[in-house]
Structures are given as structure tokens and as C-alpha cells.
Design a protein around this ligand. Structure first.
Ligand code: SF4
Ligand code: SF4
Length: 383
């Protein structure tokens, strides 16, 4: 174990000799030392993904309330927060997000503290400049920028652009404005157009901020050079003619996101951030969409002061737990044709998403990014 390895505290989500999930999670939070590092009256952002409409597998609100209570007991002033999305569904505006959040159980009444959409109507942020290879001027969502401390409360899943969507993605994409999300998605957000499926509804013609579509007979002509990569047409296309480029190089999206994470973390004083993860309901898709059955059994509960270490621990645990019966990985494993050439013991992400390249992420992109190496030592926690 290298000297620079960070500690990741971990507990099973089962009720066992070590205690109940609640007791073990409380112990994890205390072990990180975050509550001791808080000052009385600190405004503490609890960053959480409150789930896209229709997603029944997101983080359960009781975990978030539990964290809010711990912060209040320790003298802090918590607020639950997230940012609006690029795509036009249930979280695209402040009003829509608050409505979706309430439907999913996240409201001031249930959380016992304010629920704040950190980028306001969608663009409220402050630019943070940094020395970085790519992302040198990052718009961090205003309420997060102004907070004194941050609890990064992630719900790990797979994702089309990352080996695992956990602590790093929850900050890099989740704590920044729409403008930043455009930058991070630019590699894949320009749509792949299939004219055979176009029904000539002209929704994209009227919507596209780049003016990339024009009517051409019964379908549209797509002028890709005019696309600015906002991704909005993909969400609204009525014919299913516009789709993400899932085969694009995810490495660029990963790098821009890691650098956005670094910029966001730099707005907090030393020790004022903690990273937690609730590894239950681990699904193939992230919480930005509907999700079917989990793909593995529970990873457990995690805490660390290092987001890269926490993500790596979640990744490793993903390969230790059993496949969820009937879930997508289980279906793949049972199908000789689909599972041919796959090694589900070491890379379960590439079995579903071709372009995520986990080996490159962990050994090349992450270590070069300045966010950390992902090296960690796991400390099991009881109550
Ligand atoms: S992704 Fe490109 S083509 Fe689609 S709406 Fe945005 S700018 Fe227009
Ligand atoms: S939104 Fe889709 S179906 Fe409608 S015109 Fe554009 S490409 Fe065609």
C-alpha cells in the first residue's frame, strides 16, 4: 500500500454484528472527522442527485435527512442542493426541479432544512480559475460556491461516460452550471442523426440554439458544423432520429469533469468537504434517467476525504459483489453470445458501455488530473 493512500471507511448495508446500516453510516461520518472540522454556523451544502422523473432507483431521502440531522446536531446549517440539467425533462429549470424533488421526497418538510437549486434559474454561478490542462475557468453553481462546507453525498451507478458515477461526477457535473455541463458533454452531445427515423415535426429546427437544423423536404438536414453540443435536441426528438454518440471518446468528458471537480473543491477551505456514498440500488444507468433492476447486489456505505479514493473503492467493490438476479449484467452473463470475450470479474462497466475505458481512466487520466491517484486503504467500520 503506497504511503499516499487515502482512507476509505466502509460498511456493509446489511444489518449484522457490526450494527444497523444507520449506526454504521453514522460511525463512518464521524470517522471522516468532517463534523469536528465544521465551525458553528457553517452553511453546509449537501450535494445530492434527487433523481430524474421516473427513476425509482435513486438515493432514498431518509439518508439525506439523516446527514442533515447530523450536521445540525454538530452546529452547522445544512441545505440540500443540486443543479438544473441540460436536457429538458423534470429538472431542467428551478421550478421543475423543485417539483420533481418534492415528488421524490426531497422538500424542506422532509429534509428539515432548505432545498436549494444551486444554479438558480440555470445560469447562476461564479467563475473559478485554475491551472488545468483543459478546464481553466469553471462556473461553479452559486449556492455551492457560497457555502462554507460541502457534503458530497453520492449514489454510485454506472454511466455511459465514466467507469463509475460516484463522488467525482456528483461534484464535477452536479455542482456546476449549464454552461459547464455543455463543456463536459461537448464530446458526445452533438447528436447522431438518422434521417430514416425523422418524422418532420420540426421541434429541433425551432429549438436548436446553433441553428443546426433546416427543413429539407419531409425530414431535416443536419449541419453538424453549427452544433454547439448542448444536447437538447436529443431529449426532445419525437421520431428518435437524434441520439447520443455513445461511441465518442469518453476520455475528454472524463477529463473535463475531473477538472471541474477540482475547481469546485478549490472553493472550500481545507477539511471543509467530505465524500460519502450510499451503494445500494446500483444500476446500469445513472439517476438522470429511468432505471430497471439493479445490476449487482449492494456495494455498501462509504466515506472518505478523498473523492478519487472513494470512487476507486466503489469500483473495486462493484467487482466483489454478486450479480443481481435478472439484472442486465446477469442477463449478459447468461447469454454466451453477449458474454463472449468479457471479463465480468474485472470490468463490469465495459460489458454495458463500450467507450468508458476504465483502465485508461484509473491508470492514466485520473493520476494526471491532479485530483488524486485513487489509491486507498479500506477500513471496515462497525457502530
Ligand atoms: S446538440 Fe447541437 S444540434 Fe442539438 S440542439 Fe444542441 S446545438 Fe442544436
Ligand atoms: S425533432 Fe427529430 S423527428 Fe422532429 S424534425 Fe427533428 S430530427 Fe426529425
Amino acid at each position: 500500500m503506497p504511503d499516499n493512500a487515502s482512507t476509505v471507511w466502509w460498511a456493509s448495508a446489511a444489518i449484522d454484528d457490526a450494527g444497523s446500516p444507520w449506526e454504521k453510516f453514522r460511525a463512518i461520518v464521524h470517522r471522516t472527522g468532517f463534523l469536528d472540522r465544521m465551525d458553528d454556523g457553517d452553511n453546509v451544502a449537501i450535494k445530492v442527485h434527487m433523481s430524474e422523473l421516473g427513476n425509482i432507483r435513486g438515493i432514498r431521502p431518509m439518508w439525506v435527512r439523516y446527514v442533515a440531522d447530523m450536521i445540525r446536531e454538530a452546529g452547522g446549517q445544512p441545505f440540500v442542493t443540486d443543479t438544473t440539467t441540460l436536457y429538458r425533462r423534470g429538472r431542467v429549470t428551478l421550478q421543475k426541479y423543485l417539483d420533481t424533488a418534492a415528488r421524490h421526497g426531497f422538500s424542506p418538510q422532509t429534509m428539515g432544512c432548505p432545498v436549494i437549486i444551486a444554479d438558480g434559474f440555470g445560469n447562476a454561478g461564479t467563475y473559478v480559475t485554475q491551472d488545468a490542462k483543459r478546464y481553466k475557468r469553471v462556473p461553479v453553481a452559486q449556492a455551492i460556491y457560497e457555502a462554507d462546507a460541502l457534503v458530497n453525498l453520492a449514489h454510485p451507478t454506472l454511466h455511459p461516460s465514466f467507469p463509475i458515477a460516484a463522488a467525482i461526477k456528483n461534484i464535477g457535473m452536479g455542482c456546476t452550471t449549464k454552461e459547464a455541463k455543455i463543456r463536459m458533454h461537448a464530446q458526445m452531445a452533438a447528436p447522431k442523426y438518422n434521417a430514416d427515423r425523422c418524422i418532420g415535426c420540426w421541434v429541433c429546427v425551432n429549438l436548436c440554439p446553433g441553428g443546426a437544423f433546416e427543413p429539407a423536404g419531409k425530414v431535416v438536414r443536419f449541419n453538424e458544423d453549427d452544433c454547439i453540443g448542448c444536447g437538447e435536441c436529443i431529449a426532445v426528438c419525437r421520431g428518435g432520429a437524434l441520439n447520443p454518440r455513445w461511441d465518442a471518446d469518453s476520455g475528454e468528458t472524463q477529463l473535463w469533469t475531473i477538472e471541474a471537480t477540482r475547481a469546485t473543491l478549490s472553493t472550500f477551505a481545507d477539511g471543509k468537504v467530505v465524500h460519502l456514498a450510499i451503494g445500494t440500488d446500483f444500476t446500469a444507468g445513472c439517476d438522470c434517467g429511468e432505471n430497471s433492476l439493479p445490476i449487482v447486489t449492494d456495494l455498501g456505505l462509504f466515506g472518505s476525504n478523498d473523492p478519487a479514493a472513494l470512487d476507486r473503492a466503489c469500483w473495486d467493490r462493484l467487482h466483489e459483489v454478486d450479480l443481481y438476479p435478472g439484472g442486465l449484467l446477469d442477463q449478459i452473463a447468461r447469454d454466451p453470445e453477449k458474454s463472449a470475450g468479457l471479463d465480468l470479474s474485472s470490468d463490469r462497466a465495459s460489458a454495458i458501455y463500450d467507450a468508458v475505458e476504465p483502465e485508461r481512466f484509473w491508470t492514466e487520466l485520473l493520476p494526471e488530473s491532479g485530483l488524486g491517484t485513487g489509491e486507498y486503504r479500506l477500513e471496515p467500520v462497525g457502530k
